[in-house]
Design a protein around this ligand. Sequence first.
Ligand code: SAM
Length: 472
Amino acid sequence: MYNPKSMKATEFISHEEIQDTLDYAEKNKENIELIDSIIAKAKLRKGLTHREAAVLLACEIPEKIQECYDLAQQIKKDFYGNRIVMFAPLYLSNYCVNGCVYCPYHMKNKHIARKKLTQEEIKAEVIALQDMGHKRLALEAGEHPTINPIEYILESIETIYSIKHKNGAIRRVNVNIAATTVENYKKLKDAGIGTYILFQETYHKESYKALHPTGPKSDYDYHTEAHDRAMEAGIDDVGLGVLFGLELYKYEFAGLLMHAEHLEAVFGVGPHTISVPRLKRADDIDPDQFDNGISDEIFAKLCALIRISVPYTGMIISTRESKEVREKVLRLGVSQISGASKTSVGGYAESEPEDETSEQFDVSDKRTLDEVVRWLMEEGFIPSFCTACYREGRTGDRFMELCKNGQILNCCHPNALITLKEFLMDYASEETKKIGEELIKAEIEKIPKDKVKEICRDHLAKIEEGIRDFRF
Ligand code: SAM
């Protein structure tokens, strides 16, 4: 029985409801009147239900799809401005007891190099990341109760926050580790994490079972209810995602939105972020063996429809995607991207020998952070290294309020400029610096409140003098 308020995975992600939704969408995919009314509702910027959004996803009428793209672009502009938040993943360990058939970290893979960073090695990685200019990390680890226990993750977070190399600092650590207990989520909260991210991989329970044949992750219900436990433990910001390519994308899209509706119904606040990873080639993984790969076109459509369906949720895209694909979806609603990522354990401080790789998947965008930052600016975006919200306690519904009250330009915009200025001063090449300084000069004029503009100018001047870490 479908019930978004239920705490049971199979009730808030009801298979029957998804199937009914897909039938309804298929029947109405050419129903212009209904499609127009859904687009009109989306224009109110309060989001769409999974059923409404599913109709738009099924619709193949080019003009209507274009309307959705235009709206996604507009919502992106109005809610997030032209800022793009930057982050990098940090892989701590690839030891794993699970049997996920799409992931090279699966237990039976005997030829991948297994590595677990020591605290000293983490320090070297963090220094390398700080030296690129990163301020925000996403921690990644395989699931292994004895090799990667929660104590190891907590100690690693403490190490990461403690390292202050030159002007560098990691100011926000998001965590992407396997589903765990309320007690452990409380510990992560106390360690000062930003978002707890967990990808569902697939919402289709039967497929989930086949794709996760062994290990703790094979428990669909425990995995699907993890965000609820994290929120119960006091973590306000949680991130969702599916691994596109495993199951039919229309099914996943409905499931993803139902999950967001569930969080909103139970906790009064939806997911902080949605990630849109696509399955990639990896050691012992051939993506062509999975039947449900999606084209770049469909991928862009999914991004645009997520944007208009959950306008207040940040959207994340990783270096799994190429420069070209990233260019396209940045305009359609993506608000966070990774740059200069390594998906190997220990890849930042030293590159790995080719015959000893610990990588999780192939990276498509291999540019340096300086190159990514310059490219973003050339494309009209402001790369932001801001971490202010969570450090100022603006998490969960308080962040959503900021968004809903249109205060982004008085708060996030100056924060983006200040943190970009730090990057330009400390890490950028001459060319990037030149473009960046021009951009800051122009963008500062967009701050609506004169007082904020004045404070922002003052902060920028102080950064020139060598002072760091201002925030609104
Ligand atoms: N072990 C944790 C878990 O099970 O959720 C941490 C996540 S893992 C390090 C990060 C994510 O990488 C997974 O959730 C999965 O969606 C994704 N992933 C795994 N194999 C992949 C592949 N071949 N291509 C792209 N993404 C992959």
